[in-house]
Design a protein around this ligand. Structure first.
Ligand code: GLC
Length: 745
């Protein structure tokens, strides 16, 4: 993980704050339940907006303002009115108003599971990473993912998530790719929408973040992203538009960065013109932690909540309202949005039922997600699945595969059950901690092949690893790349000399299989030397078992890449990552810290590729990726035939032409008429089709005109360009065997 010295110092600052002011997990409401207040707003049969209007009418000025800011991690950021004793210990906490029955708002980060809970020793299911879930292309699984996280938030006394990351993988070196859903706005938007809708059905306020264009971590709190309107409406903002509309999420978290000169959390184009007016977003906008930079400008631009702390939307805000700079109507709307989102998911109606999480259910879901997320990238001469009867000696090499699988860090870090099996120095900065989950691939492989001799080598010495490989029938090399918010990868190469390790092992044994545990795409200079490779991402608490199930064929891989793997950084829109400028002084260094009040530092990143994110860039520039968007192999084969396209839908056949059952993600892409100015494909529909050997199914998918439209920046509106649309279907963005066309008026 690339962290410059300034970043390390900042991490140390954050770690120091965290460790000094944390308090115990009190806050459990023991004793007799509080009498429920009466009041017309408690009538469940009324619509959420009406209930919110009724209660706002009863609130004093101070009560209204008390809901616009809060504390975090049990810290007293919000002053005496948010005593840490009432926080359940999550990243955010806003005390309710008992006389009106307004509940405490207990927020926790929960990208891949409830995090920071284990600071007080509570168990959470560590699901596979978000980008892993995206590789399943499975909306039903996304719903299970969201429902599980929602249930476990309730179990631990939380009633709002801070998950729901959906920034596009525009910058493949971004340290938070693992928290997001890949590079395509339709795939990402639909997945996060399904996840957040299911989470809210558990009675939890949903969230979608980081709005918007927070597509790199370098200098995240003061990078000024420059990109044109049409480009972002058809890329990053389209993912948010679909996610917000399909989930009805109660909250959107605005991001640290600036967009075209204004901080996202005080950017009226983003927050009001697009999110609240165009998307029709009914919920509230909360800042990323420390992402608020003003009182009047932010409130008038559309920010509804400052987290954490009381610098801008507490006393200063009261003065602005009393002084007339902020109309009372805006304050009432801020409070309305927060409370209507709480009413909408039942926060006033269901008291928290704290309970031990359903651990077994969590393990079962985690394993299924991992099995549907592992992408088989190469399988020369059917190297896989391994035949237990034939393989007598197996070398397992690298990435602590003897004790666990890698986890992503930062606010998405679910604490490891039983502690981190790979010890690190106690003073390791917060964002530099590398945590592993105790799901051992070595143990799982030994369980699959009890009669084989399975030996482990740590991989730190390529020569030693090569010797073990040479003496084995097959060699399985685990390579890994840690990611965390707060930093980006300096390049797309595997760190710690792992490319040399793979090459040494492959030179010693032609039956070398590589398992990658990475945050996102990496380059693979050794891909031609190995016989098989699979991307397992950060596979979660049952990752070892899932990997073994795929290696030995108990599960037939079905996942496909939700983002492009480049051959080299030279092929990227930005061959070099735009790093933050080094600090000129200590003051500069502190200013880099998110939320620094008077952050005067800025540096520009121009996304000149515009809407050409991911595969669209490779298509438009005729570049060949290492592995294309939508690519993934199976242990069986499929055949596509008979495409028929109409204005509303496309129908085609998929047949399993192999000898074992499988599930094929059938993908549909459209090429717009030349008048659109977009001569490259875009994903418009897909379906995961389960097929027995020899079985054929007819697939009919709707062509949503919204996904076929372009954004007309002059008219500020979506429009369907009249003309000929090429509709193609196939196994990946670069393997479209069927083609048809339709004329749209
Ligand atoms: C962090 C992250 C955000 C998280 C928040 C609370 O800095 O950017 O994703 O939800 O702060 O932990």
């Amino acid at each position: 993980m690339h962290t410059s010295t300034s970043l390390r110092l900042r991490h140390a600052a954050l770690a120091a704050i965290l460790s000094t002011a944390l308090v115990g997990p009190a806050g459990a409401q023991f004793g007799p339940p509080r009498p429920k207040p009466t009041g017309p707003w408690m009538n469940k049969s009324l619509p959420a907006d009406q209930r919110a209007d009724l209660i706002v009418a009863q609130m004093t000025l101070d009560e209204k303002i008390s809901l616009l800011h809060g504390g975090g991690w049990g810290l007293i950021f919000a002053g005496p009115e948010a005593p840490p004793s009432k926080s359940v210990g999550g990243a955010g906490f806003i005390p309710g108003i008992p006389r009106l029955g307004i509940p405490d708002l207990q927020m926790a980060d929960a990208a891949v599971g409830v995090t920071r809970s284990a600071l007080f020793g509570r168990y959470s299911t560590a699901l596979p990473s978000c980008v892993a879930e995206a590789a399943s292309w499975n909306l039903d699984l996304a719903r299970e993912y969201g429902a599980l996280i929602g249930r476990e938030l309730r179990d631990q006394g939380y009633n709002m998530t801070l998950g729901g990351g959906v920034n596009l993988a525009r910058e493949p070196r971004n340290g938070r790719i693992f928290e997001y859903k890949g590079e395509d706005p339709v795939l990402a938007g639909r997945l996060v929408g399904a996840e957040m809708k299911a989470l809210q059905e558990q009675g939890i306020v949903g969230d979608i973040k980081h709005y918007a264009l927070n597509d790199q971590e370098s200098g995240r709190s003061y990078v000024n992203v420059k990109v044109d309107k049409r480009a972002i409406r058809e890329s990053d903002l389209l993912a948010f538009e679909i996610g917000v509309k399909e989930s009805g999420a109660g909250a959107v978290m605005c991001s640290y960065n600036l967009l075209n000169g204004d901080y996202a959390c005080e950017n009226s184009y983003l927050l009001t013109d697009v999110l609240k007016k165009d998307f029709g977003f009914q919920g509230f906008v909360l800042s990323d932690w420390g992402g608020t930079h003003s009182t009047v400008k932010a409130a008038l631009a559309g920010l509804d909540m400052e987290m954490p702390g009381n610098t801008y939307l507490a006393d200063a805000f009261k003065k602005a309202v009393e002084g007339g700079q902020v109309p009372m109507a805006r304050l009432d709307n801020m409070v309305h949005r927060i409370l209507r989102s709480e009413f909408a998911v039942g926060l006033f109606d269901n008291s928290p039922e704290r309970q031990v999480p359903d651990v077994f259910h969590g393990l079962e879901v985690a394993e299924r997600v991992a099995e549907q997320s592992i992408v088989l990238l190469k399988n020369a001469n059917a190297q896989l699945p391994l035949a237990v009867a034939r393989v007598k000696t197996i070398a397992v090499i690298g990435s602590h595969a003897d004790v666990g699988v890698l986890s992503g860090g930062g606010s998405a870090q679910v604490d490891p059950m039983g502690g981190n099996p790979v010890l690190q120095p106690a003073d390791t900065p917060f964002f530099d901690r590398v945590i592993w989950h105790r799901s051992s691939p070595l143990k799982a492989i030994r369980a699959k092949a009890p009669h084989a001799d399975v030996q482990y080598d740590g991989g730190t010495d390529p020569a030693a690893a090569a010797r073990l490989a040479k003496a084995s029938d097959v060699a399985i090399v685990f390579v890994s790349q840690h990611s965390s918010e707060g930093g980006d990868h300096p390049n797309l190469s595997l760190p710690h000399n792992q490319d040399a390790l793979v090459s040494a092992v492959a030179a010693a044994n032609p039956h070398t299989i590589v398992v990658l545990e990475t945050g996102g795409a990496v380059t693979m200079p050794w891909i031609g030397q190995v016989s098989a490779a699979m991307e397992a991402w950060y596979p979660g608490i049952r990752g070892g078992e899932a990997i073994a199930n795929i290696l030995f064929g108990d599960v037939n891989p079905s996942a496909k890449l939700p983002l492009t793997f480049a051959k080299s950084e030279a092929d990227l829109p930005h061959p070099k990552l735009t790093e933050q400028p080094p600090p000129a002084s200590d003051k500069d260094m502190v200013e880099m810290f998110p939320g620094f009040k008077d952050n005067t530092r800025k540096f520009d990143v121009a996304y000149d590729e515009g809407l050409l994110v991911g595969y669209k860039w490779y298509d438009a520039k005729s570049k060949t990726p290492l592995f294309p968007f939508g690519f993934g192999l199976s242990y069986t084969t499929y055949e596509y035939s008979n495409l028929k396209a109409s204005k509303d839908s496309v129908t085609f056949q998929v047949k399993n032409t192999g000898a074992r059952a499988g599930a094929e993600i059938a993908e549909v892409y459209a090429t717009l008429p030349a008048a659109s100015g977009e001569q490259f494909n875009r994903l418009v529909a897909w379906e995961k089709v389960r097929l027995a050997p020899g079985e054929s199914k007819s697939v009919t998918l709707r062509l949503d005109p919204f996904y076929l439209s372009i954004f007309n920046a002059e008219k500020d509106a979506w429009e369907l360009v009249p003309g000929e649309y090429i509709i193609q279907a196939g196994a990946s963005s670069r393997d479209l065997s069927l083609r048809g066309s339709v004329h749209m008026n």
